[in-house]
Design a protein. Structure first.
Length: 280
């Protein structure tokens, strides 16, 4: 008989936010695969759980993943946990799940706390549709590509961010999505200093430029307004059509961009980015 993989949600702050079933399975498992064994040890001690642990994280997932698969194929039960919330959301738990599925090993959830959804339901923004983005890429070019792709999404957007990168991320969101876009910054959820700041992206940027960000953040950002998206589409069409008209007149690309920018009252860089995105 093959074993089984359980993907177990753990508290995102308050240690009371764990299910009875999760505690039972953590006790019954042959091994707990933990993102950070030192962090998880505190949770296990709180519930008097003495199951052996092994580290399983982004930097050892290849080697350790193969080892865990071998143990499950031999009939053992593995419970995978992240530092907080659902494993597989912005951590390597998803890689272990894919490996197990490929091997025909049963994979099942132990549901519970999740920072993204906890922030979403308390943000006061539309819940009829949402897109989980997670952590934005660190490199500016990749980050700009992601933001360009999602800027017109009508669904509410969910981001994760660490305190030391929050200001940079808010600046990028404000520049690309607009300072007036409604947003909520949720930090320290379920903990003593829990805070949900509901305002605009511009106000959040101004606030955290004056106040040091502390704790892990979930940013909930309203989707694009349909009328604004339509206006952007018209402007984009006008930009590309104007540029094409200048090229048709025999102007070189640089001069065509300069004249298009002058006519629309925008920078040449904006014209360049739009033309580049259009594949010119």
């Amino acid at each position: 008989m093959t074993g089984m993989l359980y993907l177990c949600a753990t508290p995102i702050g308050n240690l009371g936010d764990i299910t009875y079933r999760a505690v039972e399975m953590l006790r019954a498992a042959d091994v707990i695969a933990a993102e950070d064994t030192r962090h998880t040890r505190g949770l296990l001690a709180h519930y008097d759980i003495h199951t052996p642990m092994t580290s399983y994280h982004e930097h050892n997932k290849e080697e350790k993943g193969a080892e865990l698969i071998a143990r499950m194929r031999a009939g053992e039960t593995v419970v995978c946990v992240s530092d907080a919330g659902l494993p597989g959301i912005a951590d390597p738990g998803s890689d272990l799940a894919r490996r197990a599925i490929a091997e025909g090993i049963p994979v099942t959830p132990l549901p519970g706390a999740n920072a993204a959804l906890s922030a979403l339901i308390c943000a006061g923004l539309p819940l009829d549709g949402f897109t989980f983005v997670g952590f934005l890429p660190r490199k500016e070019k990749k980050r700009r590509e992601v933001l360009t792709r999602i800027a017109a999404y009508p669904e509410t957007l969910i981001f994760y961010e660490a305190p030391h990168r929050l200001r940079e991320t808010l600046a990028a969101l404000t520049a690309k999505l607009g300072a007036e876009r409604q947003a909520c910054a949720a930090r320290e959820l379920t903990k003593k200093f829990e805070e949900l700041r509901r305002t605009t992206l511009g106000d959040l940027l101004a606030h955290y430029r004056e106040h040091e960000p502390r704790g892990e953040f979930v940013l909930i950002v309203a989707g694009a307004d349909e009328s604004a998206v339509a206006a952007d589409d018209v402007e984009e069409m006008s930009l590309t059509e104007g540029y094409a008209a200048h090229i048709a007149k025999g102007l070189d690309k640089k001069e065509a961009m300069r004249r298009t920018a002058q006519e629309l009252g925008i920078s040449r860089r904006d014209v360049y980015q739009a033309i580049l995105a259009g594949g010119e």
